[in-house]
Design a protein around this ligand. Structure first.
Ligand code: ZN
Length: 292
């Protein structure tokens, strides 16, 4: 019997895409304008500005991701496209606002409206690259040319990279019969650690009797956590995922790392109930041990 893992149907609604493109671009533009002022008035090249770039990408991607989810997009390619589109619009606005604000700060005047004409913006960017906008350290020479291009390239990679991380918001299974996203139930069971391939085999073959429940997972440095996704309406669309959780205590701080071992294995409603009731199974085994 081949195991079935959840995969998106690839379906999407045009209205959902249009809504994501419109509202997502609007959000990206607003955040882009804020980001432009932030990098202009917090003039620290390096870590701080790159943190701001990452933050800008994350909030934009998060908003667009929420819109994709509420628009019931079950298609990763469409998801990628929407995220990229919104971030591109936001990135353009960032440049326009940044140059407008920088010229204004220097006492000049360059209308924001005209900067929305791409050839004008490109000319302005080339000019900034030629004369530089900031320097490293106080009193240093302004950064220009190739080095400035390189800096801007790094900024692009961070902004878009951080934005695209949001595609993971579309990772949850979707119940096609009810038209809703499945609900996540984290940690329906905690198990003694086992190798990922063993966990996969036990779950795929429904040998739940081999799952050994861990009583105090919080005290175990290594354990397996089972997460369930279930349709909140019909309860019929269900999937189980398994993660290897490592907890380390360092300088009084507890850090938890987890690694996916089984991802969205489709199971029936009864099997989902069985997994949630693993403790009952364990109790029954104690009372009447399996005969050899
Ligand atoms: Zn359903």
């Amino acid at each position: 019997m081949g195991a079935d893992y959840y995969r998106h149907s690839g379906k999407f609604s045009t209205a959902g895409v249009v809504k994501t493109l419109a509202l997502g671009s609007l959000a990206a533009s607003v955040f882009g304008a804020i980001y432009a002022y932030a990098i202009l008035y917090i003039p620290l090249a390096g870590t701080v500005s790159f943190l701001l770039s990452g933050g800008y990408g994350i909030v934009t991607g998060f908003c667009a991701g929420l819109l994709l989810k509420s628009g019931l997009i079950r298609n990763r390619k469409i998801g990628w496209f929407c995220l990229l589109f919104c971030q591109l619009v936001g990135y353009y606005v960032t440049w326009a606002v940044w140059i407008h604000a920088m010229v204004a700060r220097a006492g000049g005047e360059l209308g924001l409206g005209i900067l929305f004409f791409p050839p004008v913006l490109v000319q302005a960017i080339l000019k900034v690259n030629e004369v530089g906008a900031w320097s490293i350290g106080s009193g240093g020479e302004p950064v220009t040319g190739a080095l400035l291009w390189l800096f801007w390239l790094g900024e692009v990679v961070i902004i878009f990279g951080a934005c695209l991380v949001s595609i993971s918001q579309l990772d949850e299974p979707f119940c096609e019969s009810c038209g809703v996203w499945c609900q996540e139930h984290k940690g329906v069971a905690a198990l003694h650690p086992m190798a990922p391939q063993d966990l996969r085999q036990v779950l795929e073959q429904r040998q739940y009797e081999y799952l050994d429940l861990a009583q105090e997972p919080s005290e175990m440095p290594l354990h397996v956590r089972l997460d369930l996704h279930q349709c909140p309406q019909c309860q019929e669309t269900c999937s189980v995922s398994g993660r290897l959780v490592t907890t380390t205590l360092k300088d009084g701080n507890i850090t938890t790392q987890s690694e996916k071992a089984v991802n969205q294995l489709l199971i029936s409603r009864d099997e989902a109930t069985a997994l949630r009731n693993l403790h009952l199974l364990e109790k029954a085994q104690e009372e009447s041990p399996l005969e050899e």
